[in-house]
Design a protein around this ligand. Structure first.
Ligand code: AMP
Length: 483
């Protein structure tokens, strides 16, 4: 289906054509006509499905209609505050949505888009909030701050979008969302995106939406056909590093996103890879926003080849040249695995998602397989085969695990896994997201480079420094950001 047949304004059709899109994706096909008709929507669609355009295009359509209306009216009263409010769980996703709004709204004259997120100074945000504004994209915590000080004007919002609502609730934003929604006119249109509408998310939808239409184009059990998944078993930490080093130097590796479980591991691993000559940086919630933006810019411009990130920071990254996602540290929740692998295979490209598992990760890998109802095929690299016997896995049983049931995602209950290989895990500190920002006083930029990346060797914290023997280090490159 073409965008023209969806009933969009010609300036939006032109922008979509400029972006190179020929046909609408499934979620766009289903959501755009209903959103244009003013319906409230509950949408489940997987990452990379084109969901951002499915709400930004109808939002822009509203702005175009409002402009036409005010130019015809004599009084031409200035409208303060945004007409469209988009709430996202993380700063990165907010930036991504803002970028999409500018892309799709490039032919909408004088379009005013602002982001209000945590970790950046208040004054510029206050100025943007009080002036005329078309689209405001915000994380709930910071917007609430501005509401409480009376700086945010939400009385002219006529469309409210909640992106990744399940994630926002996971991060503890439920009260913030309800308070924000109370400040938005009741007559608004509300569109909510969430992987699930079970449990608390379903109740939030009931509170916020009026007679919603449900759109479910995919689920976590999607096969991700353009993403090849592989599992490499590692005997120990050194073996895992050797596998990573090999993968990062393969010829088909364009750009890699390497996930760690903790902020500390992300810094440690980025340091280690920088020492080996990779153009690498880390990205996590303990870093100041300016630096996070610079890192993302470096990734987009391909000056960085490897990004080592935690789950929260990587959410929303949309860089089509990421050819590899590597799970160096396993995620805390099975659903995060799906978000992680969705960072590759973007915009119709093929991607490779590689999990490096140690024996202690068996329980989590099993939970991931139950959640996605897919087996992750085991793979080996010649010369780097594991010496220990492969841990025994059970075939995923669709529908039989609590993680497949509403509210059962990722074994949130914390119930111990019954897998015989799983051990009580040592969890240094996993990044939990924006609701309780980590006050990491020990964090200090270690160099003055563009990404403040220094090859500092850490002696305290992080996994034990790997021995240099036993595997061939990558040939040092002379990338501008490796040091
Ligand atoms: P999203 O699910 O919104 O994160 O979008 C995933 C990716 O698909 C982004 O890189 C978009 O630019 C791209 N995209 C969105 N809509 C289309 C479309 N109709 N055709 C091709 N690519 C698209």
């Amino acid at each position: 289906m073409t965008f023209a047949s969806l009933g969009l304004h010609e300036s939006l059709i032109k922008a979509v054509a400029d972006a190179g899109y020929e046909t609408a994706t499934e979620v766009q096909m289903k959501a755009i006509p209903l959103a244009l008709a003013g319906k409230d929507l509950m949408v489940s669609s997987s990452t990379g499905s084109g969901k951002t355009a499915s709400f930004i295009l109808p939002a822009l359509e509203r702005i175009i209609a409002a402009r036409a209306d005010t130019t015809q009216r004599r009084d031409r009263a200035v409208v303060y505050g945004p007409r469209i409010l988009v709430l996202t769980p993380t700063r990165e996703l907010a930036m991504q949505v803002a970028k999409a709004a500018s892309t799709y709204g490039r032919h909408v004259q004088g379009l005013r888009v602002a982001t209000v997120v945590g970790g950046v100074p208040y004054p510029a945000q206050i100025k943007a909030l009080r002036g005329p504004l078309d689209i405001l994209i915000s994380t709930p915590g910071r917007l609430l701050d501005h509401l409480q000080t009376g700086k945010a004007v939400l009385e002219n919002v006529d469309m409210l979008v909640l992106d990744e609502a399940d994630r926002m609730l996971d991060m503890g934003f439920i009260d913030d969302i309800n308070t924000i929604a109370d400040h938005v006119p009741a007559a608004r249109q509300t569109v909510m995106f969430s992987a699930t509408f079970a449990g608390h998310v379903g109740r939030l939808a009931q509170n916020l939406l009026r007679d919603p239409k449900r759109i479910d184009v995919s689920s976590h059990t999607d096969t991700h056909e353009n993403i090849e998944q592989r599992l490499h078993w590692a005997d120990n930490h050194n073996h895992k590093n050797a596998l990573l080093d090999h993968i990062l130097t393969e010829r088909e590796m364009e750009q890699a996103l390497v996930f760690t479980s903790t902020q500390r591991d992300a810094d440690w691993l980025a340091d280690r890879l920088a020492e080996m000559g990779h153009a690498v940086a880390s990205l996590h919630g303990g870093m100041p926003q300016g630096r996070r933006n610079r890192v993302l810019q470096g990734l987009r411009s391909r000056q960085l080849k490897v990004l080592v990130a935690t789950d929260v920071a990587a959410r929303g990254i949309d860089v089509p040249s990421i050819s590899h996602v590597i799970n160096y540290g396993l995620p805390m929740k099975a659903e995060d695995y799906v978000h992680r692998i969705g960072r590759t295979g973007r915009a119709g490209k093929n991607g490779l998602a590689i999990t490096l598992g140690e024996r202690m990760d068996t329980g989590m890998i099993r939970r991931i397989q139950q959640f996605t109802t897919q087996n992750i095929p085991v793979s080996t690299i010649v010369g780097l085969e594991p010496k220990s016997p492969e841990p025994r896995m059970y075939a995923p049983r669709p529908g039989s695990d609590n993680e497949r049931r509403p509210g059962g995602f990722g074994n949130r209950s914390g119930a111990p896994s019954n897998n015989r290989f799983s051990k009580p895990s040592f969890a240094p500190r996993r990044e939990e997201g924006g609701f309780a920002p980590r006050r990491d006083d020990s964090f200090a930029p270690r160099s003055a480079g563009p990404f403040d990346r220094a090859p500092a060797r850490r002696t305290e914290g992080g996994p034990a420094a790997p021995s240099k023997g036993g595997f061939k280090p990558a040939r040092p490159r002379t990338g501008g950001f490796s040091r």
